[in-house]
Design a protein around this ligand. Structure first.
Ligand code: G3P
Length: 215
């Protein structure tokens, strides 16, 4: 199975443009805030465009608050995945929600132990933030490799979403490692199509084509 590509945005225009390509969408409170529209409206619209999973994040920090918000979000559409932060209360919420059949994406993961706990609690997805680790002087992709190694012998069904992707190199490394999913911002996804030699090759073909005598 090929690595899945999600779009990491809450912008409906970006999602509409790339909906033919992407397998899902991830949002977070910062991305939703940029849209300056009510969260529920944005989420409903995204879920109508994309058939695949759409992650929407809770903002409560206590277990019961997270579970309450998660149930409300899950009612918006069948493809909603509830994003829960990696905390002790968050993992209690994930355990309860997974027993109810609510799909969860454990976010803000910065260590393999956190990913292990998320999987043990029944998380559907786990999101290591590779770009933020790189920004702090660490190696984000090394964490992804570690999580894959930790999950492998136990056959955890939890899928890894490589998140906080900053450049095409992150996407390639995710694919080389065999990560299940990379969630990619719009500008980075657009860059994946391009190569300077492709542009130069097209320009040369067109120039040569113009030399052909008209019949
Ligand atoms: O959606 C979560 C993650 O991808 C956020 O990325 O760029 O804010 O570190 P970033």
């Amino acid at each position: 199975m090929a690595m899945k590509l999600y779009l990491d945005t809450a912008n409906v225009a970006e999602i509409r443009e790339l909906s033919w390509l992407v397998d899902g969408v991830t949002t977070n409170p910062s991305l939703v805030a940029r849209e300056k529209r009510p969260f529920r409206d944005v989420l409903q619209e995204i879920c109508a465009i994309v058939a695949g999973p759409v992650s929407a994040e809770v903002v409560a920090l206590d277990r019961d608050g997270m579970v309450r918000e998660a149930r409300e979000l899950a009612e918006v559409a069948a493809n909603v995945v509830v994003k829960i932060p990696m905390t002790e209360a968050g993992m209690q919420a994930v355990q309860l929600l997974s027993r109810e059949g609510v799909h969860t994406n454990v976010t803000l993961v910065f260590s393999a132990n956190q990913a292990l706990l998320a999987a043990k609690c029944g998380a559907t997805y786990v999101s290591p933030f590779v770009g933020r680790i790189d920004d702090a002087g660490g190696d984000g992709m090394a964490l992804v490799e570690e999580i894959l190694t930790v999950y492998d012998p136990y056959d955890f069904p939890t899928e890894i979403i490589v998140a906080s992707v900053r450049h095409p190199g992150h996407v390639l490394q995710a694919a080389l490692l065999g990560a299940h999913i990379a969630t990619v911002p719009y500008d980075v996804l657009k860059k994946l199509f391009g190569h300077p030699l492709t542009d130069a090759g097209i320009a040369r073909f067109l120039k040569d084509w113009q030399q052909i005598p008209q019949g």
